[in-house]
Design a protein around this ligand. Structure first.
Ligand SMILES: [Mg+2]
Length: 382
């Protein structure tokens, strides 16, 4: 019994500490980015932005997992590769990543972890980033990392997330979601969003955000937790003011708050807007960058998140894994439009996804939304 209860306990402990560290790295980079605009933001092949923090977090997480899961063959599926960083004209960028990672790792003792005996050199950093080259799959253990989900939100000084999950034998078993700009109290979030709307010029000054939070859940525990990010010289100590979070009890669609992406690029907002309309939604949608949408549902700030991708777009596992297990353990339901749970066992992508993803605060609401999707499907132009 004991063994079953403690299963993944060590991994969860480690993953939570690592995500706290990664959030601290991001906050430092974001602060510089917003205050001096001196850090570089690059465009990837698909035109999405990537920064020092994306590579920095990936290197940090990779190094820490490998260091503290000694003896395990650590397999990591993650978003970034080293191609851009290894180019001859990227020397300054690479140097900045190396500095950022070492600055972060030097603080490991604050999080109860050991820092490297000496600062990591360039080749070690590149090695750590490249180590995250796993393709996942149905067998074995795979860590799934999105170093920064919502890089666009990140560079604008707005919402973003650090997402780390563990998959074993194709099943999600752990999820940790760091939301550095998502305050513990919803009231502060509303306050900040109102201020944001009255000051439309981006980027947002970082001082308007209260310190954010880290959420986590272990599959089958029936519990999801939230901790405040630590700051200053405070040491991370379990349970670090953890509190249980739960989805909202609202099950009437017309009273539900829908989450919407800020960017329209990868989603079919026409369909989701039409759907929300057909269900008589009265509430203003919550527009938020990144996987923070899952965080919003897990703790009851919103009830529904629907993502129907434009055709040809394939959902990647790292954009959902951590958020899904947290929402589910907090009492929510996440499936595709056919009501089938998402399949994380088939490599880098959520293969076989029926049209889109529907995350809801509970089964009753979820059933109603699925029904509405079927009803409005034929009349949509997808
Ligand atoms: Mg990313």
């Amino acid at each position: 019994m004991m063994e079953e209860k403690d299963k993944y306990g060590k991994e969860l402990d480690l993953a939570v500490r690592i995500v706290h560290m990664a959030c601290s790295l991001c906050q430092k980079v974001q602060q510089r980015l917003v205050s001096t605009a001196s850090e570089q933001v690059l465009a990837k092949d698909d035109d999405s932005p990537v920064t020092i923090a994306d590579w920095g977090v990936q290197a940090t997480v990779s190094w820490l997992l490998s260091e503290f899961l000694e003896g395990q063959n650590v397999s990591i599926v993650a978003e970034e590769d080293v191609q851009t960083l290894s180019k001859s004209d990227a020397a300054n960028l690479l140097a900045a990543v190396v500095n950022t990672v070492n600055e972060c790792l030097a603080e490991a003792p604050k999080y109860g972890l050991q820092c490297p005996k000496k600062a990591l050199g360039t080749s070690k950093i590149l090695e750590a980033i490249s180590l995250c080259n796993s393709n996942g799959g149905p067998t074995g253990r795979h860590w799934v990392l999105d170093p920064i989900d919502g890089t666009l939100g990140f560079v604008r000084g707005d919402q973003y997330a650090v997402a780390l999950a563990l998959i074993e034998e194709g099943k999600l078993v752990l999820g940790v979601l760091g939301c550095p700009n998502y305050p513990m109290e919803k009231e502060l979030l509303n306050y900040n969003h109102q201020r944001l709307q009255t000051v439309p010029t981006s980027p947002t000054p970082s001082d308007i955000w209260e310190k954010g939070c880290v959420m986590y859940a272990k599959r089958g525990s029936g519990q999801a937790w939230m901790q405040p990010l630590i700051h200053g010289d405070t040491k991370f100590e379990w349970p670090n003011s953890a509190r249980l979070i739960q989805v909202s009890p609202v099950d009437d669609p017309s009273l539900a708050t829908f989450c919407e992406p800020v960017e329209k690029a990868n989603s079919n907002q026409l369909f989701t807007a039409g759907l929300a309309n057909s269900m008589g939604i009265k509430k203003q949608p919550m527009r938020v960058h990144s996987m923070v949408k899952y965080a919003a549902i897990a703790r009851g700030d919103a009830e529904v998140f629907i993502k129907f991708a434009r055709s040809g777009y394939k959902e990647k596992i790292w954009d959902h894994a951590a958020g899904v297990v947290i929402v589910e353990e907090a009492g929510g339901v996440v499936t595709d439009a056919g009501g089938i749970p998402l399949d994380f066992s088939r490599g880098l992508y959520l293969e076989g996804l029926d049209r889109g993803i529907i995350a809801c605060s509970g089964p009753t609401l979820h059933n109603k939304i699925i029904g509405a999707v079927y009803a409005s499907w034929d009349s949509s132009n997808l």
